[in-house]
Design a protein around this ligand. Structure first.
Ligand code: GDP
Length: 436
């Protein structure tokens, strides 16, 4: 959903405005304990659009309270995910120096801003109160959070900055890339998926030249198989097996939400397969490992799949979160099962987790295993963490010394987060941030 940030000094009446827009009075996401003024999300709607309001708490730049840097950090994060901001000022108090400072800061944030001059209860009074704020250089509206005057116009203005609704609908389709070395069975797999007398398949041209995408549907979910032309083209034949259009594969990974990494089960995981998996991880795409040609493995018993699974997990340990499926593109065995894995992986890939949940996990993680000691014997400290983006889920951890936390502790935190939250099928990103 689109996010709208509410920004303003304390006591300008932000909460009165928020409460008018919100569907429910309780915030659905709380920030961590310890920070008194929180960033809270509330679902809201206006005309035909649903969105989230994020309230950043009172912003001031000219006092030296202990929490100030954190609040500013919170506001920055709120703005980074917002498609528009409502900047609230107090029309009865008039333009203050603190408003000017805040306004200058907002002008540097690259987010469309609508200025709401609050506490303008009467229209005539409103006009005289509003004019002095024009110098701040925003689209300006006289509003009353208490009575609701002027909010409609202000919101129409805010909505004009939302992404087109169609784009959101388009987002619902899951983009899938089929990737792998030559002859692992990509074309065969594609044919098995898109073959005749299957459900809806329609070719559409992709964004890159001569990339043909295929749309397929399973259980009411729409999938777009990207760059299927690249799969069918047997370009590498004339260059020998070393050349397999790796750039093309990389481009397809780039366009996908979920990548099917197809591997020849008879040959097992090769160096090149590892390289492709590495790229998928780097690009932060969800992934499913498809061990194809399973039918060609002879004399299977009950342990065969387990043995192969072990080898895959060992050779692809850096993408151990990826599901593995053993298929036969020629017989169709388990090909449809791939779709049962794609949809949840895509869901995990775009998942958002509340700050309170993340901080509960962090608290637990830290109590089992304290952060490394910093230079000079100072104890490493995690203040709090918050998810800053999705696709893939990315979590910033605010710490006292970001350079010194290192990879071992990062892996530990990732493990703890996965133990609680799963994130099966998708990479997650965790990075250290300074408190500033
Ligand atoms: P691509 O280069 O990855 O697109 O691979 P192809 O789909 O062209 O397949 C390469 C060869 O492997 C062909 O001879 C296929 O018939 C064969 N092949 C593909 N999938 C399977 C499978 O699941 N089992 C077996 N036994 N052979 C397969």
């Amino acid at each position: 959903l689109p996010v709208v940030a509410i920004i303003g000094r304390p006591n300008v009446g932000k909460s009165a405005i928020v409460n008018r827009l919100a569907k429910v009075q309780e915030a659905i996401v709380y920030d961590q304990p310890g920070v008194t003024r929180d960033r809270t999300y509330k679902p809201a709607f206006w005309s035909d659009r649903d969105f989230m309001i994020v309230d950043t708490g009172g912003l001031v730049f000219d006092d030296e309270t202990e929490f100030l840097p954190l609040i500013r950090e919170q506001a920055m994060m709120a703005l980074s995910e917002a498609c528009a901001a409502i900047f609230v000022v107090d029309g009865q108090e008039g333009l203050t120096e603190a408003d000017r400072v805040l306004s200058d800061w907002l002008h540097r944030q690259h987010v469309p801003v609508v200025l709401a001059v609050n506490k303008c209860e009467s229209l005539t009074q409103g006009y005289s109160q509003v004019s002095e704020f024009y110098e701040l250089g925003w689209d300006t509206h006289a509003v009353s959070g208490i009575h609701g005057n002027g909010l409609a116009e202000a919101l129409d203005d805010v909505l004009s900055h939302f992404p087109e609704k169609d784009e959101e609908v388009e987002e619902e389709e899951i983009r899938v890339a089929i990737i792998g070395r030559p002859n692992v069975g990509k074309s065969s797999l594609l044919n098995a998926i898109a073959g005749e007398n299957r459900s809806i398949v329609s070719p559409i041209s992709g964004t890159t030249r001569d990339a043909i995408d295929l749309k397929v549907e399973r259980n009411g979910i729409k999938y777009r198989l990207v760059d299927t032309a690249g799969i069918r083209k047997k370009k590498y034949v004339q260059y020998g097996p070393e050349f397999f259009g790796i750039n093309r594969a990389f481009k397809a990974i780039d366009r996908a939400d979920v990548v099917l990494l197809v591997i020849d089960a008879v040959e097992g995981v090769t160096d090149q397969d590892q390289k492709l998996a590495g790229r998928i991880l780097e690009e932060g795409r969800a992934c499913i490992v498809v061990m194809n040609k399973w039918d060609a493995i002879e004399e299977k018993d009950t342990y065969t799949m387990l043995e192969h699974m072990k080898q895959v997990k060992a050779r692809l340990h850096f993408t151990e979160w990826a599901d593995v499926v053993f298929t036969s593109a020629v017989s169709g065995q388990r090909v449809e099962k791939i779709f049962d894995m794609i949809a949840p992986a895509a869901e995990q890939h775009r998942r958002r987790v509340s700050t309170s949940v993340i901080n509960e996990i962090l608290e637990d993680a830290v109590s089992w295993h304290t952060p490394p000691t910093m230079k000079g014997g100072k104890q490493g400290r995690i203040y709090y963490g918050t998810q800053v983006s999705s696709r893939p889920p990315s979590i910033a951890l605010f710490v006292n010394s970001p350079d010194r936390f290192g990879d071992t502790y990062r892996r530990y935190i990732e493990r703890k987060i996965r133990e609680s939250l799963g994130f099966q099928g998708t990479p997650i990103r965790i990075f250290w941030r300074g408190k500033k």
